[in-house]
Write a protein that binds this ligand. Structure first.
Ligand SMILES: CC(C)(COP(=O)(O)OP(=O)(O)OC[C@H]1O[C@@H](n2cnc3c(N)ncnc32)[C@H](O)[C@@H]1OP(=O)(O)O)[C@@H](O)C(=O)NCCC(=O)NCCS
Length: 360
């Protein structure tokens, strides 16, 4: 990506420094701070080995392989073991991403973990990952944007790098959804799975990189998809436990409708900012919620099925991990080559949504 491409981003280009602010790096010609391009320099993902098939689920709740496959496209999903937490899934994906970047944990300046299934309310899962990885130089924090979390983390990371604050940022979308699923509720338990996807980001002179990110949210629809209790509004009590309020709840039909609309408009906004059309995109990686949502999004964006990457049939909806796992697999499968344009479009609880356009 060239410097001029950067003018199509959501970030301010060459902002004028305020009084007293001394920018770390200045453009000698203009005297203004020079923003840097941001490249993905390493990718990794991890899914736990244990597979739960639709046939297994049909023995647990009143459902069938046919119902799940026709409504969602999901055939199986992965489950973390009881002694594996979200931070463990995140660490494995992170180690693979660092290895593919040729970097050590000590090279990382910042770790951002996107998750709605943290090991515990605090400390952050990112701090636990920092310790487990041995990334002792890194600052660390979590981002909570549900299934949109990976793109939110990507956006935040890009600002730290382009503004010269950090050189190397590790982002990880990681979820142990199985810990928050009501395994007696057929409406939701068939949809989700566990896993993690990670990326290492740096500025690489003369390399392609992130062109733009678009983020959105609508707290007015927060109740459509939520985990009602266990926070400060409804602390854990015998009452919340007996009402099963510590499990994920969802209005499936309304969530479906909102997801399609939001992902289409986020994708269109990214294309418009970059002055590209859908035909320019080699690979679209939508949030892997279910195949009907992805097909509807692709159709409305005018994309062909060949442009759309899916792995939902193998992993189900892994929330913040979904597009991170997808991006890693798409690159390893050769679906994305240097010079290609890649579009991520995401949607999740909050409601939140977003897109990221990357020149590979
Ligand atoms: C959940 C979802 C698959 C349901 O599909 P749907 O087409 O809306 O379902 P339908 O209306 O055809 O069927 C609903 C019926 O199926 C039943 N049903 C729900 N889950 C079932 C299951 N696993 N097996 C069998 N039947 C099931 C319901 O109880 C309901 O029965 P009723 O009509 O007797 O009350 C769909 O709404 C969806 O994908 N929503 C988006 C979910 C999502 O991706 N959320 C995460 C976003 S990040």
């Amino acid at each position: 990506m060239t410097r001029s491409d950067r003018s199509a981003t959501s970030q301010p280009v060459d902002p004028v420094p305020g009084p007293g602010i001394v920018p770390a790096f200045t453009n000698p010609r203009t005297g203004r701070p020079a923003l840097r391009t941001v490249s993905v320099v390493g990718l990794g993902s991890y899914v736990p080995p244990q597979i739960l098939t639709n046939a297994d689920l049909a023995r647990m709740v009143d459902t069938s392989d046919d119902w799940i496959t026709s409504r969602t496209g999901i055939r199986e999903r992965r489950l973390a073991s009881p002694n594996e937490a979200t931070s463990d899934l995140a660490c494995e994906a992170a180690r693979r991403a660092l290895s593919s970047a040729g970097l050590r944990p000590q090279d990382v300046d910042l770790i951002i973990v996107a998750t709605i299934t943290p090991d515990m309310p605090f400390p952050s899962t990112a701090c636990l990952v920092q310790e487990k990885l041995g990334a002792n130089r890194a600052a660390a924090f979590d981002v909570q944007a549900a299934c949109s979390g990976y793109v939110y983390a990507l956006d935040i990371a890009s600002h730290f790098i382009s503004s010269h604050t950090y050189e190397t940022v590790l982002i990880i979308g990681a979820e142990k959804m199985s810990a928050f699923i009501d395994w007696t509720d057929r409406n939701t338990c068939v949809l989700f799975g566990d896993g993690a996807g990670a990326a290492v980001l740096q500025h690489r002179p003369h390399s392609h990189g992130l062109i733009t990110t678009c983020l959105g949210a609508n707290g007015g629809d927060a109740r459509l998809l939520e985990l009602p209790a266990g926070g400060s509004a409804r602390p854990a009590s015998p009452d919340t436990l007996s009402q099963r309020l510590h499990f994920l709840r969802m209005d499936g039909k309304e969530t479906f409708r909102k997801a399609v609309t939001a992902m289409v408009s986020a994708g269109q906004e990214a294309l418009a900012r970059a002055h590209l059309t859908i035909a320019d995109i080699r690979c679209i990686i939508p949030h892997q919620a279910n195949h009907r949502i992805m097909s509807a999004v692709a159709e409305r964006l005018g994309a062909t099925p060949e442009q759309v990457f899916t792995n939902v049939e193998r992993y189900g909806n892994t929330s913040a991990a979904s597009v991170g796992i997808g991006l890693d697999e798409a690159v390893r499968e050769g679906r994305i080559q240097t010079g290609d344009y890649v579009l991520l479009v995401v949607f999740g609880a909050g409601l939140t949504w977003g897109s990221a356009l990357i020149h590979w």
